[in-house]
Ligand binder design. Structure first.
Ligand code: GRF
Length: 196
């Protein structure tokens, strides 16, 4: 399967996916695309010989449909069959998402359905949760709400701060996303469940 990864920043999840595909060959990366020209992940992808593209959201102020169409054109040009959102910080429109139903994944730093949206680690701490983690899910028009493809859990420790908890979850993400994508590409629908 031809996989495209969408990023906005460091791209550590994107790197984990590229390295897993390079190691096992269960899929092949055809594009890494960012909405930000300065995303550090772009250089990392290029260094691994993966094609990159930028669709700068600032060129499409107030034109969400135009932004989505520009991304769709890049994905089509690259022949992407599966799209992985990995730290991609823009919300894609319902038309774009619906057109790729069942072929687009996202990783979110919480045990969905708990804490969709932002600031998930601070919210878990504020709630006094003793377990936290991350989820890979199929992308649907509703934010952070699609069918689960995998989940990784870790303990919340005494003295945890949002940053400490985020770092622990981030490490789990790098294990979960490749395992979840591998299973998704294989057509298996049993979710990946990891204990960190
Ligand atoms: C991660 O916390 C991920 O859960 C969220 O974006 C953050 C940055 O990811 N989706 P990355 O390091 O850029 O892959």
């Amino acid at each position: 399967a031809a996989v495209a990864v969408l990023i906005s920043g460091t791209g550590s999840n994107m790197l984990a996916l590229l390295d897993a595909m390079a190691a096992d060959g269960f899929a092949r990366p055809v594009l890494v695309l960012s909405n930000r020209p300065d995303a550090a992940g772009l250089a990392k992808a290029a260094a691994r010989g993966v094609a990159t593209a930028v669709v700068d959201h600032r060129d499409f102020r107030g034109d969400r449909a135009g932004f989505d169409a520009a991304i769709d054109a890049e994905l089509t040009r690259a022949g992407a069959e599966i799209v992985c959102l990995a730290g991609f910080m823009r919300i894609l429109g319902a038309d774009f998402v619906t057109a790729r139903a069942g072929r687009m994944l996202n990783i979110h730093p919480s045990l969905l359905p708990k804490y969709p949206g932002l600031d998930t680690h601070a919210r878990a701490l504020a709630a006094g949760d003793v377990v936290h983690g991350c989820t890979v899910h199929e992308v649907t028009p509703e934010l952070d709400a699609g069918p689960m493809v995998g989940q990784a859990r870790c303990a919340v420790l005494p003295g945890d701060t949002p940053d400490l908890l985020a770092a622990r979850v981030h490490g789990l993400e790098h294990q979960l996303y490749p395992a979840a994508l591998r299973r998704f590409v294989a057509g298996e629908r049993e979710p990946v469940l990891l204990e960190g």
